[in-house]
Write a protein that binds this ligand. Structure first.
Ligand code: ADE
Length: 233
């Protein structure tokens, strides 16, 4: 699989050389091509923004450098082209899995106050948001989308880093984890986890998952058609 990122801040994407993502790129599990939109500006100062028609605060990314960059990296429109913006459809685990099945995904990170709407009409397939808050640009959202997606690409996660049991895999939040020492600052690991009884461990984890989800994300339980478990409180 190939990711393309279009941005005016390519330095953000150096973090993709680090950790699990860095290992995956070096192992050829997916490729990443970062393109600087500025390189496609015909303006002698490599300008990529201008004042908004109708007035208002901030600058708007001009259509031509972005369109020329998109068409240079994806001339035959083989990629699913995504624009990251707070008014996009919400990104989620299912979308990450869907994107991982594509041959190519192009991520356009806008800056300033936004991009000229005609870029979206002419060159973008899907507008995606990573949450109900506003960031200064689409670079961090593009990294979030890439990271969550890449985890579903074969060979990116080692066997010890599976996607099977984590939060959202079953539609629920994940149970708590413990490692050594058995008692830390007076807090002991729950007995059941050291009992060696795998059936009881599984039951305990399922119950904790349900409890945590009911407390923090009742919307997820409703989606699964599960009633919130009764608690002591
Ligand atoms: N750009 C700025 N804020 C964003 C968000 N929440 N999601 C996607 N792109 C953005």
């Amino acid at each position: 699989m190939r990711f393309d990122v279009l941005t005016i801040f390519p330095e953000y994407f150096e973090v993709m050389h680090t950790g699990i993502m860095g290992r995956a790129v070096r192992d050829g599990r997916f490729s990443l091509v970062v393109t600087n939109i500025r390189d496609y500006s015909l303006d002698k100062h490599h300008k990529t923004d201008d004042y908004p028609y109708g007035g208002g605060a901030g600058m708007v990314m001009t259509p031509d450098p972005v369109m020329r960059a998109i068409e240079a990296v994806d001339p035959d429109h083989e990629a699913l082209r995504i624009y990251l913006s707070p008014k996009g459809v919400p990104f989620c685990q299912e979308m990450a899995e869907e994107l991982a099945s594509r041959e190519r995904v192009l991520l356009l990170s806008g800056g300033y106050e936004g991009i000229d709407e005609r870029i979206i009409e002419l060159g973008i397939d899907r507008e995606v948001s990573i949450g109900d808050y506003v960031l200064t640009g689409g670079e961090l959202p593009a990294l979030v989308v890439m990271n969550a997606t890449a985890r579903y690409i074969d060979g990116v996660l080692g066997s010890e880093e599976s996607t099977d049991e984590e939060s959202f895999a079953s539609g629920l939040l994940e149970y708590p984890h413990y490692t050594r020492p058995r008692v830390y600052r007076g807090l002991a690991v729950p007995d059941v986890l050291v009992s060696g009884d795998h059936g009881e461990v599984a039951k305990w984890r399922a119950a904790r998952s349900l409890e945590i989800t009911a407390e923090r994300r009742p919307d997820l339980l409703a989606k699964l058609g599960i009633k919130a478990p009764k608690t002591d409180g």
